[in-house]
Every structure is written in structure tokens, then in C-alpha cells.
Design a protein around this ligand. Structure first.
Ligand SMILES: [Fe+2]
Length: 139
């Protein structure tokens, strides 16, 4: 998965955070591709998932605060927040037992969800605030 200018929301800070999210997603894929996983790989896997959790909470919070600050239309903000929440719920619902038992299957599920959600969310939802943010940042 690669970030490209097409995914830019014209905000350096947010673009940087989206790039970081894509990087973390790629780390999930990398671990998935390790055939004979060692204990170190399991540690790394947990570390990546914790990092992803913290990073998204921080990123979503910042994005939402920015939109609230400029009075982003309420209906759109609500939808946007609901998408963030859906993502957070997905991460929270990952079962550690299942991850230990069926590691590859679960990792593939996580990777597929992340790559699909992130790209769709940036393209379809974040892109909606692109012009809005540009206009208000000049205030
Ligand atoms: Fe967002």
C-alpha cells in the first residue's frame, strides 16, 4: 500500500499522519508474510497493533478537533466521526486468543480491513474537508 498525491488532503500535518497510518498498515502486512513466526515476531505484532491503536486515536482526535474548530457542518462531522468509531471498534474487537490461535488468518483480516478502510476513508470522507479546511485555514 502506497501513499500518493492523489490521497493528499492539502494539509501537511494530516497528510503526514495518513502516510504514517499506511506505513503501520504495511508493517502488519510484513509480519503476515513471515512464514515461520518466532516469539520475536509475535512481540513485534503486538507492538504494531498497540501502536496502530494509539496512533489512530490520536490522529482521529486531532482531525475531529480541527473540523469542530472551524464549524464543519454537523451532519458531515457526525458521519465522519461514525467512520472513525467503526475503525476504533474494529481494532478493539480483535481477539487476542484468536490472534494467537489463527495468527495468519486474523492478520490477513486485519490487513485487508486496514488497507480498504484507510484508502476508502481518505478518498471518500477525508477528501470532503479538503476545500473546507483550505478556506478556513486562511482566516
Ligand atoms: Fe478522517
Amino acid at each position: 500500500m502506497q501513499w500518493s498525491e492523489k490521497l493528499s488532503v492539502d494539509n501537511e500535518l494530516i497528510d503526514g499522519q495518513h502516510q504514517r497510518l499506511i506505513e503501520i498498515t504495511n508493517q502488519v502486512e510484513k509480519i503476515f508474510r513471515v512464514e515461520e513466526k518466532t516469539l520475536l515476531d509475535y512481540d513485534e505484532m503486538v507492538r504494531i497493533l498497540v501502536k496502530l491503536n494509539l496512533y489512530t486515536l490520536n490522529h482521529f482526535g486531532m482531525e475531529e478537533k480541527l473540523l469542530e474548530k472551524f464549524n464543519y457542518p454537523e451532519e458531515q462531522l457526525k458521519k465522519h466521526k461514525a467512520e472513525h468509531q467503526y475503525f476504533i471498534d474494529f481494532l478493539e474487537d480483535i481477539s487476542v486468543d484468536k490472534l494467537n490461535e489463527k495468527t495468519d488468518e486474523v492478520l490477513l483480516d486485519i490487513y485487508a480491513f486496514l488497507s480498504n478502510w484507510i484508502l476508502t476513508h481518505i478518498r471518500e470522507t477525508d477528501s470532503k474537508y479538503k476545500v473546507f479546511l483550505k478556506l478556513h485555514e486562511q482566516d
